[in-house]
Design a protein around this ligand. Sequence first.
Ligand SMILES: [Zn+2]
Ligand SMILES: [Zn+2]
Length: 349
Amino acid sequence: MEIKDYYKILGVPETASTDDIKRAFRKLAKKYHPDINKNPGAGDKFKEINEAYQILSNSEKRKKYDDYKKYGGSPFGQGGQSGGFNFQDIFGNSQSGGVDDLTDIFSSFFSTKSKKRDSYENLAIHLQINLGFEESIKGIEKRIRYKRSTTCPICGGTGASRKETCPSCRGSGHINRGSGFFAINQICPTCKGTGYIIKEKCSYCNGTGKMMKEEEKTIRIPSGAREGDKITLDNYGNSNGRVTGPLILYISVMPSTVYERDENDLIRILDINLSDALLGSEKDIDHFGKKIGVKIPVGTNNGNKLKLKGLGVKRGRYQGDLYLTINLKLPKKLNKKQKLKLKDFLETL
Ligand SMILES: [Zn+2]
Ligand SMILES: [Zn+2]
């Protein structure tokens, strides 16, 4: 039996502290609580989140669950892998820190980067990229179009095609109120601190100093992208003339009707008949357009799992496997003759 991944449900790493888990739960609960979220399915999602929280927030239950996940039942429970992509081609030279490992880029949804300044965060543009299941497995280039605000190239953000030095502050942007000991230095109310007065508005930006620029970019999504992955592209967000925010892309993946994904492993069902099970056989399956030959060993049972090494998801330096869950299809009906023959045969066993 497969074990539910409570960490994945809450979007936290297996090393998460109790506080991290509480935070993640609160955030998700706010999003999916049936009182707030009226979408069908939100109730079920909330139940799942709550279940995960009940287990992981209790240290004793959590330990049991971890042990069970590690040693019991499912061969898929390793988890915990992340990252490992080389993403430099997207970042070009704009990345100051030289980050070439995707642990940083495909970082958790819930991590907050406190080192970023507020203005930087406020200037961020958030976009969602929708991927088909196969696209997420194989990787793909996506063309995206979006609008971002930049400074007007004609007036350079001043909003003026003709300006004069502010007479109140003589261009400093500040004035002194009061006198002597009680003088207060404040922002000039005439020019609001810019130091100039607009005599004629820039016609290009209508005096705002800003303009919306349409951008078109090709984003290379590496193979193995997952729901909730986040790609941050520095310097592609909105600009206020001094600071340019990031463009943040959130990956959303359509579920597959054939495959289930567990970390980097893929799982699908393989139907076999009684003859395949008893005598063994070879079957071809279509695996993302590639024909794969599968050997069914003699005596394969319903529910058995066949492992095809290296045919799972490639995510950075990690390579998962493909598991085929055997679904034995028995004949629904036998006629008299068949029954007699089968009886004869079974008596020989
Ligand atoms: Zn302008
Ligand atoms: Zn002034």
